[in-house]
Structure formats: C-alpha cells, structure tokens
Unconditional design. Structure first.
Lengths: 587, 507
C-alpha cells in the first residue's frame, strides 16, 4: 500500500468535505468527475483544497462581449428557431487581431421585421483586447433570420468580405477596406433564398477568385405540427419537409457571382445540407466539397477539374455510417486527426447516433468509419452535436476536438442547465476530447469543467488566436443565450507555430493551400481555410502544436493552383507568413 | 381502533417508569458519542473509497438488478395525449397496488418504453428484473431501454449477453448486441454477434448486410461481398446494401460495378428493418397519434389499407387538421373501394394545404375513374406543377388528357414524363394508344414494343400491337400477337380479333 493510500480519520473527514465541495461544484458545472484522470493542479481554493487548473477561461464579460442571441421562439416550435445560429472570428479591419461576428435570429419568421428587431452583430477587438460593438458603423447588422456566416476575400483586395446565410434571403457584404461594409447582394447577382445553413468559400476552378458553396436545408413551412411518441408537441424533424438542393456560386471576378449548381451537378440532388467543408479529399490538388446532410446520405462532391463535380460519397465510404445508416449530419471538419498526413472527416449528429469519424485509409483508398475505435463514437451517443473544431489545445502535436451540443428533440429539463425553461429541455454540456496521438480520443473532464459548466443550447463554434499568444481560443454561440469566448489557458506541452499562407498575386490568404511542417521526420498537415464547424467561420491561418520541438525542419506548401513549394525551417513559437513564389519549387 | 383504546393499552403495556441516574446519563452520552464517531469513521472510509473509485462504470447486470426500495418514476404527463396519459396512469396505479409484482413493473416499463420514455422505462424494468432476475424479456428490454443513455452501451452489452444465456436462439438479440459492439468500436465482436444472428436466421437480409459491413471494416472484402450480395438478393430495394457494395467493389478496384451499386443505392431508401417479434410486445403498447401515424405509414407501404385506416382514425382524433393524415386516409379509402370517403378526405387535405401534391394526384385519379375529366385534369395538373420532376405525376396527367381527347397535350406530357424517368409498361401502352389515335402508327408501335419489353406478359400490349398490324394489313403478325395475348390471358378480347381474322381467311 502506498503512503498516499493511507488515510487518517481526519483525512477522511477532510476528504468528505473536499468531496462534497468538488461534487457540488461539478454537479453545478454539469461535468462528470474523474478523479483518477491526470489533472493539472494549481493553487488552493477557499477550502484549502487543490483546485483543478482550468484549460479554458471564459472571458466574455471581461472583454465586453455582450451578445445575447434572440431566436424569436414563441412556443410554436418552428424548426428554424432550434437550428441557428453561427459565429465568426476574422480580422475585419486588417489591424492584426481577430474580431467577432455573430448571427442573430429575429422576433418573427422569416423576415417580418418588427421594431428594434435583433440583427447580426459585429465586435471589433481593441488594442487592449477588449471588444466594442461596431455593428452600426460596420454595416454588418444583417436583419434577416440569421443562420450562418462565411468569410472570404471575394474581390482580392486584401480584406475579408462576409456572406450571411439566412432563413430567408442570404446577403453578401463587401468590405470597403475602411471598417465598413456594403450590401452587394443584388449587385453581385446573388439570389439565394429559402433556407441556407453553412457556407464556405473556396476556389474550385483555380481561377484565383473565391467561389462559394452554400449548403441548404429544407423547404420549411409552418403549417405542420409535430409530436413525439408520447403525443407531446416537438420540433418537426427534417423528414417532415422536402429537402432543397445546395447552391454553388461561381465568382466571375467582376464583383458578380453566377449560380452554377445546375452545370456543376449539385442542383439535381436535394439532401438537407447543414454542414460543409471544402478540402482536397482525393489528393489531386483540386478542392472538393463534403456536405453533412441531416437524415440523408452525405455527399462528397469530387471536383472533376472541368467545372463539374461528381458525388462519390458512397464509393469513398463517407455517405453512410458503418451500420449503413444515413445520420443526422450537423457540423463537419476535415483534418488530420490521426497524424498520418491524410485528411479525415468528423461530423456531429443527433442524440441516439454517434458522432462519426471517417478515417482516411491512405492513398485513394477512401475512408472507413472509425467512430467506435477512436473513442469519439460511444461517448457522444447521448448528445446532439452541432459546432465542432479540431485544434491542438495543449500544443503537444496532435489535434484535440471540441464538440458543442444542444438537443433538438425535447427531453426532461437538465438539472443544472444554465438556461431556463423551455430551453432547459434542450440544453446539454459540451464535450472536449484529448487526442492521445495514436488515433484515440478520450473525453476530458476536470480540466475543462469551466468550458462545459454552462449547459446551454450551443450551436456555432469558431476558433482562432484571440490574444495572440500562440494557442487557439474558442467562440461558442448559443440559442437564446450569450455567445461565450474562452481563452486557452491549457498548460503547454510543447511549442507552436502559426502560418499564414499568402498568394501575392491574389493579395489574399491562399484558401485551400495545404501546409505541411516537418519535425523529427514527422509531417504535420493543416489546411488554410475558415469554413468548417456548423454555421461558423474560423480564422483561416494554419496552427501547429509542435510538441517539444523547438524548430521545424522545413515547410511544404501545396498551393490551390497545384504548385508545390518548399520553405526553409524556422524556430518554433512564432507566427510566420509564407508567400507563394518565395519558396523552392517542388516537382 | 379509537384513541381512547390506544391510550388504555399504552397505560397497561408500559413498563414502570425508571428515573435515570446521572451515572447512567453520562454512560449513555459516552456510548452515543462513540456511535457518532463510528458513523463518522465509516462515512470517512466510504467517502474515501468513493473518492478513490475509478470513473463511474456501468453496473454489471447482477448489481444492476439488485433491488432496493422500489421507486415509481415521476413523470410530467401534462403535455401528453390523454390516451397516453391514461395508459401510464393505469400502469402506475397497478404498480402502486402491487409493488412486488414483476409483471406490473414490467408492464409500466413497457408502456413507458413504447412511448419512448426510456430512462423511466429502464427504472421499471430494473425493478421488475430484481423480482424476476432470470427473465429473458426483461433483461432484453432493459438492455434496449438503457443503451442510448450516457455510458449505457457497456451495461447494455452485459445485459444482452446475459439475455443470450437465457435464450441463445433469438436472432434479433445478436443483431442488437452486434450494434452495441460496433458503437464501441469492437468490430470483431460485432461481426461475431451478427454471424451468430445469421447462423440462426440464414435469410435475414439485415443480418447479412451487417455481417458484410463489419467484414468490410475488417478488410475481409471477398467474404464481405458474399454477404452483401446475399443481402441484396434478399432485399433488392435496400439502399444501404448497395451503398456497402459500392464501397466494397471500389476497394477491390471494380469501379464500374461500384458506380452501378452506388447508383442503385441513391435510387433506393433504407428498407430493411430488424424484425423483432419479442420487442413488438413493447411497441404494440404505443397508442399515441404519432405512433399510430408511423405504424399506419408502414401499413400503407405494405398494402394493408384496412389496418392503416384504423390507425389513421386514431391519429385523426387529435390531428384532424393535418393534411398528410387526411391524404393518407383518402388514399386508404380509395384503395379499399370507398370512393366517397376517399374523396371527402382528399378534398379536406387540399382544403388544409393546397400544396399537397399527393392529395391532388389521388383525387384526380378518382375523378378520372368517374370520367369527370375537367376536374380530374385540374387536380392532376396541379399535382404535376407541385412535383415538376416527378414522372408519375406527368404520366397520370397525360393519361387524363388522353382520355379527355386532348391527345396532343397528352403526348407532350408523356414525353415530359419519359424525360424524367423510365416509365412503366402501362404508361407506354397508354402513350402508344394516344399516338395511334393521332395516326402516328410507327411511333405507337414503338411504344407498344417498349411496353412488351418491359413486361413480356402484358396481354394488352400484344393486343394493341396486333390490332395495329391488322389495320396495316399485316395479318400474320396480327394473328401472332393476338395469339400471344390469348396465351397470356385466355379470356382476352384478342380472341375476337383472332376469330375475325381467321373467319376472314376462311372466306
């Protein structure tokens, strides 16, 4: 028996007090406790016990982020009000720090404005790290029934423009470069109406102009009323309404976009799209599109390099889960989750289903459902996941995962819910998974108790280095609740590198560039891009946790136009800018 | 017993009062102190053990079924449908009356389970199982009720395995066990469970599909394909089977076959459901309008219209304003020959939602039978407008137009339908007939030939083609086709044509 196992009676009494305290805290926080799990501890609290150091600290109120979401719900259980809304982190004023954009609902569906209706809100980060609401002056206060947001430089002028998806007509806002935006929806010829969800910018035809993929959901009507098996009124499911096809908008390079969904192949299929990610999934150097569909088979639109796409999701093994079922796809990410330099797909689903990891099999061998083996599946079965992000929280060299949750099907009010009735029926804690570096993920508990303490109806999730300290911070949006910003305070288990990849000819970030850094003979792969998660847009820079390496050996970039370049190694712990054409061209 | 009686008895039964001494009081205090101390020590040890215990693990089945004091689950039934509330209330009352009866606990569990109130159902099954620890059904139901809760899979596996010890011959049990293993990432264990299921039921499409899918995950492609192909034979309309086959072929480099399978998968829904008669014992207790609605839809899919009407009438009690339910009732009445009722419900559906394409289509078809062409065409045109890419809607409209004599418009709609999807033999026949009436004989013959290709036993198509040959004076071919029609349908009117031709030949 170890000395530490021997407890005196006074120890026991003290432990009882300790247990009562910790239990009380954790019950309030809603996180299951795991006292055996290694935890970083720091300091002592009022009771003299060691407190678990929290990896994420909520700084929402400290920095002036005062956004509270308005769904417009009045008890009619209209499906759109349970599906919104998104969040974005991007540098809208080119001052070198990240700003915040949050989409908002409305008091009425769909766009029947009433006096002082809520609008989407823009927050500018100041030099001292605080945020100021600049909605009015920026012109980004879109008043539609706000779903999601996509961010990208549509006119190659070096600043970031905003596409707001709505239940109702979508809107495109061009950045004038002076901190203000103009609504160019009509001028750009964009007529996407109905119910859009997530959207992502990418250059599918390599012409240097960012095109836009808009996932679209259902042809909703508010005539139908739905009931659960006990006869209680509930939100209708996706099968209650006909799905509508997604839209691909081609950037003509002259400020206008053309709807090319028909010729590209997307218009012929309607599948209730909610999540979208653009990525080269067959390693041919061309950007493909993966769409997570709600209740329908997912789609992998493989770029045929001639302006058309072909859905190969079934053949590649990413349409249906291992059980052959189409799941309720919500948010999606594409990232190398198992450190084999192949891009995997991970998406969130409804309670009763697992979140699903499709692991890349290498080469052109497609994917396999590895949800169970990875630990990401069974742990998620009780939750309804939406926003999702993969990032190296503690910089140890592998990607960890945060899933933000909130039900759409009613259940008993959750004890400890941060939000009151009726939303406490839908509130759920979020899930944070630590990657063990060997394809296996474990739910983390105590160190992230603060992150999952607010039990809300979470939807959007965006990541970016808010405070410029080299690790990634988190922005979470909640239905009918506050948006929350979390600073990453995880104990560092390694060094970091942030890479911005710029195409000088295009005067913008090279969206879609695949960046590899090499350390100790190991390759770590990230993609430049902002469109993933659910209804959200993150900072597009590539972030690397490097583990103990203090220097990277080299950087290799495959640019969106197919060119491959090698750049020299560099010390860790810095933000690098690499410019196309400045490296050594690779065969 | 009156209070006076109690008082008297107390007086006589009480021992003589003894005055406690100070010594006795001090000793009592000491003992009490020791007892309190002992409680604290025990509490400390228990708390320490609690602190040191690992992450909460699912209770093994034995522990899970250990019975403490029974607790009847509380439930807010205020928003439930009255019939559901009543069923739960009755089942609860039975438990209150007989808390030591496994049957009544099980019944309450089943009623709750049937209405998807699984957490509380699990509590009831647990109570029942504590009273009847070796009951297969209860073990099985508890496993199902608990598997989807947080951390429930491990316990579900323990329970499924215990259930398998109690009844090792029940295939659905192994399917569910396999599913649970699969969710935990134990593909090998899942495969074994599915294989056992297939061993017990060799014609289970879902069993073969699951075995195939797990084998594919395990890299055993050839064996996987065998099972998936068997599943495809047993369930030729199941989308997921062909999805898995597409993946399997692709991994073997058979890309053409993969694409073909993928296309079939895209065209098909998931049709295979786990057939689980024992579980049906629970599901049949579901009486809410939503459950009846879902069940009615399954009945309609399998052509059991009379049964569907019964269920839909229950659904209608609380959801009369739902146009889908009204449409479904209309369809079922039409299929059972109750045209007046069918018409009533279809009109009600359209009144509730003018965009109910199905109601328009069905009402149009009814009106067509009644030869009320204008109204039929109105509704069928509306159905086609609402589903512009739905070939059958255009085909139905084409037929109505043809029957009303508007042949040119009919042919345009037939062409539109054909551009959207492959048409069935009957539509080609009708198309041919319209063309024939317009004097486009060659085109008509082509449609008849297509109808025969699609349905080689289609007597009417042979007859129509024979008739065209007769008109063209190609008597031998006409006779051949009439004879073919008569071979297929001995009483077919082709016999008249044949007689006519043979008589003419005699003369």
């Amino acid at each position: 028996m170890r000395a530490s196992d021997v407890l005196t009676q006074s120890d026991a009494v003290r432990r009882v007090i300790q247990v009562v305290f910790i239990c009380g805290f954790l019950i309030t926080a809603g996180c299951p406790t795991n006292t055996d799990a290694p935890a970083d501890t720091t300091g002592t609290n009022a009771t003299g016990t060691k407190a678990v150091r929290q990896w994420f600290t909520e700084i929402t109120s400290h920095i002036g982020l005062d956004f509270t979401h308005e769904s417009g719900a009045k008890g009619d259980l209209l499906l759109p009000e349970i599906m919104l809304s998104g969040a974005a982190l991007f540098d809208y004023d080119n001052d070198g720090d990240l700003d915040i954009y949050l989409t908002n609902g409305n008091y009425e569906l769909p766009e029947a404005r009433v006096a002082e209706s809520p609008v989407n809100r823009m927050y500018r980060q100041e030099a001292d790290g605080s945020f100021v609401d600049v909605t009015e002056e920026s012109g980004l206060g879109d008043g539609g029934y706000g779903m999601g947001v996509a961010v990208g430089d549509i006119d190659n002028d070096g600043d970031l423009d905003v596409y707001a998806t709505n239940y109702g007509r979508d809107r495109l806002y061009r950045n004038r470069g002076n901190g203000t935006f103009e609504d160019v929806t009509d001028a750009a010829g964009i007529t996407v109406d109905g119910w859009s969800s997530s959207a992502a910018f990418f250059d599918y035809d390599r012409d240097g102009w960012l095109d836009l993929y808009v996932a679209r959901y259902l042809d909703f009507n508010n005539f139908d009323h739905c009931y659960d098996d006990a006869g209680r009124p509930v939100y209708c499911g996706p099968k209650s309404f006909p799905p509508i096809p997604d839209v691909l908008l081609h950037n003509n390079g002259d400020g206008t976009f053309s709807d090319v969904s028909e010729t590209a192949g997307m218009a012929s299929v309607a599948a209730a799209g909610l999540g979208v990610v653009c990525e080269d999934l067959n390693n041919d150097g061309w950007q493909d599109v993966y769409v997570a569909n709600d209740g329908h088979a997912n789609q992998l639109w493989l770029n045929q390099t001639d302006g058309t796409f072909r859905d190969v999701a079934l053949i590649m093994g990413v349409a249906l889960n291992v059980d052959g079922q189409a799941e309720a796809g919500m948010g999606v990410i594409a990232a190398d989750l198992d450190n084999d330099a192949g891009i995997d797909l991970f998406m969130t689903h409804l309670a009763g289903e697992t979140n699903t990891l499709y692991r890349h099999r290498g080469g052109s061998g497609g994917f396999e459902d590895a949800s169970g083996a990875s630990g990401l599946g069974s742990t998620s079965i009780a939750y309804t996941g939406f926003g999702i992000a993969a990032f190296d929280a503690e910089l140890d060299g592998d990607l960890d995962i945060l899933v933000v949750n909130g039900r759409v099907m009613r259940t008993d009010p959750r004890p400890g819910a941060t939000i009151g009735p009726p939303w406490d029926r839908y509130a759920e804690p979020n899930l944070f998974y630590l990657n063990d570096g060997h394809s296996s993920f474990e739910l983390s508990h105590d160190p992230v108790a603060a992150l999952c303490a607010p039990i809300e109806v979470s939807r959007g999730l965006a990541i970016g280095d808010i405070d410029g300290d080299g690790d990634l911070d988190l922005l979470i949006s909640n239905i009918q609740g506050p948006a929350r910003l979390y600073r990453n305070d995880a104990p560092r288990r390694g060094n970091w590198l942030m890479i911005r990849a710029i195409d000088p000819q295009l005067k913008r970030d090279a969206i879609g560039a695949r960046v590899s850094v090499f350390i100790d003979g190991r390759q770590i792969v990230r993609t430049i891009g902002s469109g993933f998660s659910y209804l959200s847009s993150s900072d597009s820079q590539a972030h690397f946790g490097l583990g103990p390496a203090t220097r990277i050996e080299r950087i290799e970039v495959r640019w969106p136009n197919g060119l491959q370049e090698r750049f020299p190694g560099a010390p860790a712990d810095q933000a690098l800018e690499i410019v196309r054409g400045m490296g050594e061209v690779m065969p | 017993m009156s209070s006076a009686t109690r008082h008297r008895r107390h007086r006589f039964a009480s021992p003589p009062a003894r005055r406690p001494t100070a010594h006795r009081t001090g000793r009592l205090c000491l003992w009490m102190g020791l007892v309190v101390l002992l409680i604290l020590v025990v509490a400390g040890i228990v708390a320490t053990m609690w602190v040191k215990r690992p992450m909460p693990q699912p209770r093994p089945a034995a522990a899970a079924t250990a019975r403490t004091s029974p607790r009847i689950p509380e439930l807010d039934t205020s928003e439930m449908e009255p019939r559901v509330r009543q069923a739960i209330r009755q089942a609860r009352a039975a438990v209150i009356a007989q808390p030591d009866s496994a049957d009544v606990w099980a019944h309450l569990g089943k009623v709750l389970d049937a209405h998807h109130l699984r957490r509380r159902a699990a509590l009831c099954y647990r109570e029942a199982l504590a009273l009847e620890p070796n009951d297969f059904r209860l073990t099985y139901f508890l496993a199902i009720a608990g598997e989807l809760r947080e951390g429930g899979l491990n316990e579900a596996i323990v329970l499924f395995e215990k259930a398998a010890q109690l009844n090792s011959e029940y295939p659905p049990l192994y399917m569910r066990l396999g599913d649970a293993w699969l969710r935990l990432g134990r593909v090998d264990r899942a495969r074994d469970a599915y294989l056992r299921s297939v061993e017990l039921d060799a014609d289970s499409a879902i069993g073969h599909r699951s075995v195939g899918q797990t084998l594919l995950s395990l890299g055993e492609r050839a064996e996987a394909i065998k099972h998936l192909q068997r599943a495809a034979e047993l369930a030729p309309d199941d989308g997921p089977v062909f999805g898995a086959l597409a993946q399997a072929y692709a991994r073997r480099g058979q890309l053409e076959r993969a694409e073909e399978a993928a296309q079939r998968s895209r065209r098909s829904e998931a049709t295979i459901l786990l057939s689980d008669p024992i579980r049906r014992e629970v599901l049949n207790l579901g009486i809410s309008s939503q459950i009846c609605w879902k069940r009615a839809q399954r009945f309609i899919q399998s052509g059991r219209y009379a049964g569907a009407i019964t269920l839909l009438k229950i659904t209608e009690e609380t959801r009369a304003d739902n146009p889908r339910i009204q449409t479904a009732l209309g369809v079922c009445y039409a299929r059972t020959g109750q045209q007046a009722l069918a018409s009533l419900h279809l009109r009600q559906a359209i009144h509730l939602d003018d965009e109910m394409g199905g109601a328009h289509a069905e009402l149009g078809a009814l009106l067509l039978v009644e030869e009320r062409f204008d109204k039929a065409i109105h509704h069928l045109r509306r159905a086609a407008e609402l589903a512009p890419d739905h070939a059958p809607a255009h085909a139905r409209l084409a037929l109505a137009l043809a029957q009303s004599g508007n042949l040119t418009a009919a042919i345009a709609e037939f062409e539109r339908a054909a551009s959207l999807a492959e048409l069935d033999a009957r539509t080609h026949l009708n198309w041919g007939s319209a063309l024939q009436q317009l004097g486009k004989i060659e085109a008509a013959m082509q449609q008849y030939r297509t109808a025969i290709e699609l349905r080689p036993d289609y007597a009417a198509a042979y007859y129509n083609l024979g008739y065209v040959f007769e008109e063209l004076g190609r008597i031998d071919e006409a006779i051949d086709h009439y004879q073919q029609a008569i071979r297929i349908e001995p009483g077919h009117r082709a016999s008249e044509g044949l007689k006519r031709l043979l008589d003419a030949d005699d003369h």
